[in-house]
Design a protein around this ligand. Structure first.
Ligand SMILES: N[C@@H](CCC(=O)N[C@@H](CS)C(=O)NCC(=O)O)C(=O)O
Length: 216
């Protein structure tokens, strides 16, 4: 298996966690998102993923895009340990928590969106930071409200074992810290993150453990 990844891409980070949780060895193929204008925008990578986004997971003949689709593929092809619960309502809850991050927070703060806001709309540095912080806070507040009150929450987002939702949460919190967002208002998220970070699968997936890691 080959994972096309960038060390601080949170969507790639999600898949790295899932691969580690499943115990699947993989070859790490770095794709630099800024060097030379972005290796992901060049023709060879676009051929692999016309959306020009990491991650891409190659499994034999298959080249899979979209981190959540990749993780569900891994869960279907390598069922242990499961990253989605069996019961339909529980599966829907885990997917909803994951999509709150992957569809409602992350896309608004992705590199191409921030570049558009800056380069095309001419938004200055302060407004760009405000935009980032606003969408992070809006999403994390909703997650905190759910996770702090719902009985299904355990040591992890859903029960006492990591799921797809934890694969999304930890990278999003990493990203928020990188952009200096205030996180003290989310004690439940931070407690779950701590439980995740105690696991080797999460530790090995961290940006600073990747071969293409660069100090900021
Ligand atoms: N929904 C996609 C998002 C993928 C994505 O946005 N990847 C980012 C890095 S986290 C990327 O490649 N950005 C390049 C760009 O914005 O130009 C997924 O979950 O895989």
């Amino acid at each position: 298996m080959k994972l096309y990844s960038y060390f601080r891409s949170s969507a790639s980070y999600r898949v790295r966690i899932a691969l580690n949780l499943k115990g699947v060895p993989f070859e790490y193929v770095p794709v630099h998102l800024t060097r030379g204008g972005g290796e992901h925008l060049a023709a060879p990578f676009r051929k692999l993923n016309p959306q020009a986004l990491v991650p891409v997971l190659e499994d034999g003949e298959e080249a899979l895009a979209q981190s959540l689709a990749i993780i569900e593929y891994l869960d279907e092809t390598r069922p242990q340990p499961p990253l989605l619960p069996k019961a339909p309502a529980a599966r829907a809850r885990v997917r909803a928590l994951s999509l709150t991050i992957a569809c409602e927070i992350h896309p608004l703060n992705n590199l191409k969106v921030l570049n558009y806001v800056t380069n095309v709309l001419g938004v200055g540095e302060d407004a760009r930071r405000a935009w980032y912080h606003y969408w992070i806070a809006e999403g994390l507040r909703a997650l905190e409200a759910r996770l702090a009150t719902e009985r299904e929450t355990g040591k992890f987002c859903h029960g006492d074992a990591p799921t797809l939702a934890d694969c999304c949460l930890v990278p999003q919190l990493f990203n928020a810290r990188r952009f200096k967002c205030e996180l003290s208002g989310y004690p439940t998220l931070l407690a779950i993150e701590k439980n995740c970070q105690a696991l080797e699968a999460f530790q090995r997936a961290a940006p600073d453990r990747q071969p293409d890691f660069e100090k900021a």
